[in-house]
Design a binder for this molecule. Structure first.
Ligand SMILES: N[C@@H](CCC(=O)N[C@@H](CS)C(=O)NCC(=O)O)C(=O)O
Length: 213
């Protein structure tokens, strides 16, 4: 069996949990407590020298990092349901929208970035929250416009894809930072549609064994 080293509130871990659940792959979950710094422990750095979760450990001990690369691996070992459609243009567009979240929005409100702003630039909770909300809103603006150009339930499809694996954790974070999701009605509707599905319910932060740690 594979092991997912993750954390309940980590959006990158949440992406992988959704991908696993959509594909019906059961893994062992091991919590890496980001609040007590366990991601920088010797044991975790041996898994991922970057000191981040998630890490997916395969049955033979191989360790995979980076949530999008892990989702790509899952799509390679378990073809259905596919996280990226076969159509080349749709594939590229869904990947691009996913990267807006994973490459452009999420990294600038990562725990270590927020800690750095607090510690090295003397910013308090209000300023840090405002920073995170600003960058999420700025990224969501473009995504909302893109999403509105399709009439599908999810971004470009009638089944969730890689994009929804990225969006739902980012909306979870947006709400934590006080972003008004009413400003982004199409993204809000996609989030609501996903939240009805068992794979997304099972993967939600509050439903993890380490929730509230
Ligand atoms: N690009 C990476 C990002 C991973 C990442 O940022 N993980 C966060 C949690 S969501 C983390 O481990 N943060 C620990 C820290 O900042 O110290 C991925 O997609 O896997």
């Amino acid at each position: 069996m594979m092991t997912l080293h993750g954390y309940w509130r980590s959006s990158a871990s949440y992406r992988v949990r959704i991908g696993l659940a959509l594909k019906g792959i059961t893994v062992k979950h091991v919590a890496v407590n980001l609040r007590d710094g366990s991601q920088k422990s010797e044991a975790h750095l041996a898994r991922n020298p970057q000191g981040f979760v998630p890490v997916l450990e395969l049955a033979d001990g191989t360790q995979l990092t980076q949530s999008l690369a892990i989702l790509d691996y899952l799509d390679s070992i378990s073809a259905y349901p596919e996280l990226l459609p076969q159509d080349a243009v749709k594939r590229s567009k869904i990947r691009a929208a996913s990267l807006i979240i994973a490459a452009d929005i999420a990294p600038i409100q990562n725990l270590s970035v927020l800690k750095y702003i607090r510690a090295e630039h003397g910013q308090g909770d209000a300023a840090v929250t405002q920073w995170a909300a600003h960058w999420i809103e700025s990224g969501f603006k473009g995504l909302e416009t893109m999403a509105r150009s399709y009439e599908t339930t999810f971004l470009m499809t009638e089944v969730p894809t890689l994009f929804e694996c990225c969006l739902i954790p980012q909306v979870y974070n947006a709400r934590r930072f006080g972003v008004d999701m009413d400003t982004f009605p199409k993204l809000k509707a996609i989030d609501a549609a996903c939240r009805e599905l068992p794979a997304f319910i099972q993967s939600a932060p509050e439903n993890q064994a380490d929730a509230l740690v």
